[in-house]
Design a binder for this molecule. Structure first.
Ligand SMILES: [Zn+2]
Length: 133
């Protein structure tokens, strides 16, 4: 699947998540990231909850950076430790189950941000980083 805007009902949840929760790109600082979406299916038979999880990928239109968020975080299921395996897994790893975790999959074409590649942080930390730009 290629990156694209997901308008309409099926794509509205992740698209709204990106547009409202990440209004400023943490890599290039644009306030018009115009996020496009892609999905990555988890490895169904993997026992590693990180690998097993389906992910949403968000790509910035300006710098081409790619952010990765577990779909359970996007829809909120992962935030309740009691409701999902993903939530339990987060807790076991010492993560805040109420936080949304974002991984910087690609840093895009802003060379100075290369150090952030592969980093995982909470949405709160990501937003703070975006507003330092
Ligand atoms: Zn950007």
């Amino acid at each position: 699947m290629a990156f694209k805007r997901m308008e309409g009902f099926a794509g509205s949840i992740p698209q709204q998540f990106a547009d409202t929760q990440i209004p400023k790109c943490p890599m290039c600082g644009t306030t018009e990231p115009y996020w496009t979406l892609d999905q990555r299916m988890g490895k169904m038979f993997s026992l590693d909850p990180e690998e097993n999880a389906h992910k949403y990928l968000f790509k910035c239109d300006k710098c081409q950076c790619v952010l990765r968020v577990p779909t359970t975080d996007v829809v909120g299921v992962g935030r309740s430790a009691l409701l999902s395996w993903q939530g339990v897994a987060k807790k076991l790893r010492g993560k805040d189950t109420s936080a949304v975790y974002v991984t910087i999959e690609e840093v895009g074409n802003m060379q100075t941000t290369e150090i952030h590649k592969g980093k995982e942080m909470t949405l709160h930390e990501l937003t703070a980083m975006a507003y330092q730009l």
